[in-house]
Ligand binder design. Structure first.
Ligand code: ZN
Length: 423
């Protein structure tokens, strides 16, 4: 690899900063680790950047990803393929499945620049799996049905990389935990990205294998994650993704950073299929919650986000915003798997209700509600209520919390909504 240090770049913002400070000190570059085995490439260098100075990499070798690992919390500006973004990086702890400072690179243009907003020592990890693997799948392929799920096998995506370390724990899954891969959204070679995560988890973290049970790419492709090695099913192997609280969980990672960008339709479609399939397989309900042995709160949903149990923004605000639609669609598909009729078509929009949060009365507007099918709390327990069809309102005596209401609308369609009670 070659390292270039240069103070002339095109970004005005950076240029101004450089002019103002005119300091560029790079004290040390130490190749502190270099592993080269089969198709694996993993190396670490140590760097020092003065505030506002620039580290620029333009190498002959194309890396799939880098990890910025500072000595203390620091903001970095990254310039990559004319895209500029800012990240906050903290000293890396191996408990993390993927930090924001793990950044996928475009392999065709492996150039990037880094500017720090303070004097900082940091390590820069380079990852690559030299993956000339093209995986093509027909568009709109159904990934899961009620009885099975189709996914790209480890033997395909992991080809040429070191094998995972044996030793697996079988778990009874009560919670499907959704993650995103954070970092940047520049990934275009999804298989290379999965390989880079595998190398991060096995080489940097020293884990036995990749942390997740499944990874979903932006094109909707589903990758098998942690290799069960014959111990149990793919979806019943304990992973490493939930801040050391992995018992009873199955981890699904969506490739991409979904703090500000919405996930693709293909990603969400595959996620819904996998969730409905898994809940059906385990006999779980969409709106249920169960105690989680190490969770900070009492219970955790059968479909939950990483942030529901750990101190993190994962899987990103844009995924969390989709919660209601996601659960509704999964609930619909799950009912279909169970042969429950009566839902004529999916419908989310025609019913609106107010206020939310509510206190003692919830009122409907828009499409007329014919009947209330049920109101449940976040534990899935049925709640009592009084429905007045004439005034299109429900009287409630509920304690503070999150509830789900399922209604039968005029025309026979059913609608599921979440509401909050604040007394
Ligand atoms: Zn996560």
């Amino acid at each position: 690899m070659r390292f270039w240090f240069c103070t002339s770049i095109t970004f005005e913002k950076i240029k101004m900063k450089l002019l103002a400070l005119n300091i560029f000190l790079l004290l040390s570059i130490i190749a502190s680790a270099q592993t080269s085995s089969s198709n694996l490439s993993y190396s670490v260098i140590e760097l020092h950047l003065d505030e506002g100075s620039l580290y620029e990499y333009e190498g002959d070798e194309a890396y799939s990803a880098i990890l910025i690992d500072p000595a203390e919390e620091c903001e970095f500006e990254i310039i990559q393929e004319n895209q500029y973004f800012r990240i906050k990086a903290s000293p890396y702890v191996i408990d993390e499945h993927l930090p924001e400072s793990f950044i996928f690179l475009s392999k065709s243009k492996p150039a990037f620049s880094i500017v720090a907003n303070q004097d900082i020592d940091f390590k820069l990890h380079f990852y690559d799996g030299f993956a000339p693997i093209q995986i093509s799948h027909p568009a709109n392929k159904k990934t899961a049905d009620c009885d099975s799920v189709e996914a790209i096998d480890q033997s395909v995506w992991r080809a040429g990389l070191p094998e995972p370390v044996p030793g697996r724990t079988e778990v009874e899954v009560k919670h499907c935990i959704i993650h995103h891969s954070a970092g940047s959204n520049s990934v275009t070679d999804y298989t290379a990205a999965v390989r880079a995560i595998y190398i991060l988890h096995t080489e940097t973290n020293g884990w036995d294998d990749i942390g997740y049970n499944y990874v979903i790419a932006q094109n909707g492709d589903l990758y098998k994650g942690r290799d069960p090695l014959g111990a149990a099913d793919q979806d019943n192997i304990q992973g490493a993704h939930f801040c050391s609280k992995n018992s009873g969980t199955m981890g699904i990672c969506l490739l991409g950073n979904y703090m500000e960008t919405a996930p693709s339709e293909a990603t969400i479609s595959t996620l819904k299929q996998v969730l409905a399939w898994k809940l059906y397989k385990e006999g779980l309900d969409t709106y249920e919650a169960y105690p989680h042995p190490n969770a900070s709160s009492d219970v955790l949903g059968t479909v939950a986000f990483h942030r529901d149990g750990c101190s993190t923004v994962c899987p990103g605000d844009s995924v969390v915003l989709l919660e209601e639609e996601l659960l509704f669609d999964v609930h619909y598909d799950l009912n279909e798997c169970r042969g429950i009729s009566g839902i004529q078509e999916k419908q989310l929009e025609p019913l609106s209700f107010y206020p939310n949060p509510a206190h003692e009365v919830l009122s409907f507007s828009g499409t007329k509600v014919q009947s209330i099918l049920e109101i449940r709390n976040s534990l899935g327990q049925a709640q009592s209520y009084l429905f007045d069809q004439a005034s299109q309102s429900v009287s409630l005596e509920l304690t503070n919390g999150v509830y789900y209401i399922e209604t039968q609308l005029a025309g026979g369609t059913r609608s599921m909504h979440k509401f909050i009670i604040v007394n």
